[in-house]
Design a protein around this ligand. Sequence first.
Ligand SMILES: [Zn+2]
Length: 324
Amino acid sequence: MDPKDAPNVEPVLGGRVPLLWPDLSPCAIKAAIQQGVWENRCLARCDSGCEYIGMRESTWIMKPTARSHKPRQGKSSVRSSSIAALLENIVTANLILAQHGVLDAYGHVSVRHPEEPEHFLLSRSMAPELVTESDIIEFGLDGRPVGRDLRKPHLETPIHSEIYKARPDVMAIVHSHAPSVIPFCASTARLRPIYHMSSFLSTDTPVFDIRKKFGCTDMLVREPEQGTALAATLGKGRVALMRGHGFVTAGDTLPLAVFQAIYTTLNASLLCQAISLGGEITYLESDEAELAWETNRASVSKPWEVWTRNALRRVGEPKRGTRR
Ligand SMILES: [Zn+2]
């Protein structure tokens, strides 16, 4: 974008700033935040409401939140070059989750569109480990593909559309049928955090029972109304279990959603072991969990980096978009 089109920027902190428009893509900015290059805090706000978090080479860096981005002009396209890095990260997230056993042939991961907050990106219906950039579809919050995309979507797309609709703060979602979690979806034993790595779990992780409102079903969240009910069970939390089915986790970023999905399954495995010992279990208290989560979320770039490296190594780092 031409610098002359830049908005007026009033710094919240510090002195006057050059009026240059950031030319970095939102996904590149988000990656920089996750890598700790910039702090995710607002330093300036322009007169159209966009928030900025810092500068690089005299260019202000826009804060990549759903509320702070102006809608793009013209027809949306998942193939926009500005989101190429994000598409790569979605593919990587699928690989990571598959390799950690969080996803198998089923389950899915989505990301809210960084430039169109009313859209999200999710693969067509296929096994996560096989997803490439070209398999990713752009959806609206009505759960329908944007434009004339006739590829088959996941049956449970309403999980994603309804949570994004109910939670403007959520930027990424993982839905999983991981076996280690299923016992806590089917018994009165509650999934609670037993170590710091799973401190994002509520002290009373809710369980969505589709039968209570929708009677006998095949257990899948196929309809928008079912997704709305699941989103209501999730509430403001990060994880909701699904009776006889699996779980869903909602994150502020894609790496955080992946982190939460992996450590939800690990906490479930460890808690099963603790229960089998027969002794009294001491869970994290809510104040401990809050402190631990602040520490973990600030360092998510560390596991994301090694998970990415390992995932790409295991698939032989093929040329993007060509792996089958
Ligand atoms: Zn499912």
